[in-house]
Write a protein that binds this ligand. Structure first.
Ligand code: UD1
Length: 367
């Protein structure tokens, strides 16, 4: 039997929960005699224990086979460092497929490096589009999908986007959502963070906030106004805000913030999702978190004008509030009046996506 080596690329925090179920499914198939082998490549885009290492240990992801240690920098610096280092790896030790997930800089950089060496690319979470080209992630999605060979999609909308842009239907496989595989697999392991009692947190009696998009946190004035509106709208209930490194920079320059907002370090996976699961609501500018709140049935306010994950709004519990702080008051009022929608779970977000991806790869890759 010919073995096939595929690269699995992970670089930044939102990638780790997406690769875990794929690795688990690959290992399960291998134990049954499957022919796919994998090499786990960490680009080093995120490198702190809090942004990276904790996720590997909590989710049981094996140590990366290779760490490209690309580190911080501007978007172009990071892209160049990852491409140069990954290209070198492929030249020395080629693989038969480059599997990338999500929409971070590492996703795009590795896809380009592989494709230029004629190594096929598979993209997990392909085809989602916010339509907002000012977001680095949207550029990463467009570039990656323009050179992808096999598109694994989370929703039918993503498949429609791809077909509309000319992708042949036989190259699109609707598999579901690996991030949700991880959430469902870990539901019973979620646990409160160490500050749970100290902050007086009670199920349904606090809020979770995460903000890190440049449009929300890079300007001191607009970030301060958003925090003011969150403080006012949450009626004295505690607000837990795990602070992303980018946000920490602006936070240091803020004159004052509402005292109910409690800033904490970025949380490991199990603690973060415990906080989300029991929150009265989540306020965020992340995309991935809106998928988790949808599955957990927790109300979610997204402080963005667009989303690449429309099913979290049309099916789930998410609502696009925009970035104007004045829009938050009415949203909190509806929440406190018990008028937030209940939501449902999108098709194939069922915990089996990793298996579907591995089954598809075994069929697609030449013997
Ligand atoms: C990246 C992703 C974004 C994702 C976010 C989640 C891109 C274009 N964006 O944005 O989609 O939602 O991660 O975390 O890839 N830093 C640290 N420690 C780390 C990593 C980063 O201190 O472990 C610092 C960097 O030096 C930089 C800042 O955090 O100053 C931002 O990191 P960067 O990787 O550039 O992008 P993110 O804003 O994290």
């Amino acid at each position: 039997m010919t073995e096939l080596l595929i690269d699995i690329i992970a670089g930044a925090r939102p990638n780790f929960m997406k690769i875990a179920p794929i690795i688990k499914a690959l290992e399960a198939r291998r134990a049954e005699g499957g022919r796919l082998r994998y090499r786990l490549v960490h680009t080093g885009q995120h490198y702190d224990a809090r942004m990276s290492g904790d996720f590997f240990s909590q989710l049981g992801i094996p140590e990366p086979d290779v760490n490209l240690e690309s580190g911080s920098g501007t978007q172009a610096e990071q892209t160049a460092a990852i491409m140069t280092r990954y290209e070198r790896l492929l030249l020395d030790q080629p693989s038969r497929l480059c599997l990338v997930v999500g929409d971070v800089t590492s996703t795009m950089a590795c896809a380009i490096a592989a494709k230029k060496l004629t190594i096929p690319v598979a993209h997990v979470e392909a085809g989602i589009r916010s339509g907002d080209i000012t977001m680095p992630e949207e550029i990463n999605r467009l570039v990656t999908d323009s050179i992808t060979d096999w598109f694994f999609t989370t929703t039918t909308v993503a498949g429609d986007n791809l077909r509309r842009s000319g992708v042949e239907p036989q190259r699109i496989v609707f598999v579901g959502n690996t991030m949700i595989d991880t959430l469902l697999a870990n539901l019973d392991r979620l646990r409160p963070p160490s500050f749970w009692d100290e902050l007086g947190l009670k199920p349904g009696g606090y809020f979770v906030v995460t903000l890190h998009r440049p449009s929300n946190v890079d300007s001191t004035a607009s970030f301060a106004r958003l925090l003011g509106a969150i403080g006012a709208g949450t009626h004295g209930l505690p607000v837990v805000f795990p602070v992303h490194p980018r946000t920490a920079k602006t936070l240091r320059e803020l004159p004052g913030v509402p005292e109910t907002i409690r800033f904490v370090d970025p949380q490991p996976y199990l603690e973060f999702n415990h906080l989300v699961r029991h929150a009265k609501a989540v306020v965020t500018d992340s995309g991935g978190i809106t998928e988790e709140t949808t599955v957990l049935g927790v109300p979610c306010m997204t402080l963005r004008n667009s989303t690449e994950r429309p099913e979290t709004v049309t099916v789930g519990t998410n609502e696009l509030i925009g970035t104007d702080p004045d829009a938050l008051g009415p949203a909190f009022a509806r929440l406190f009046a018990g008028q937030w929608k209940k939501g449902a779970i999108p098709e194939k977000w069922d915990g089996r996506t990793g298996e579907r991806i591995v089954a598809a790869l075994e069929e697609l890759l030449p013997v």
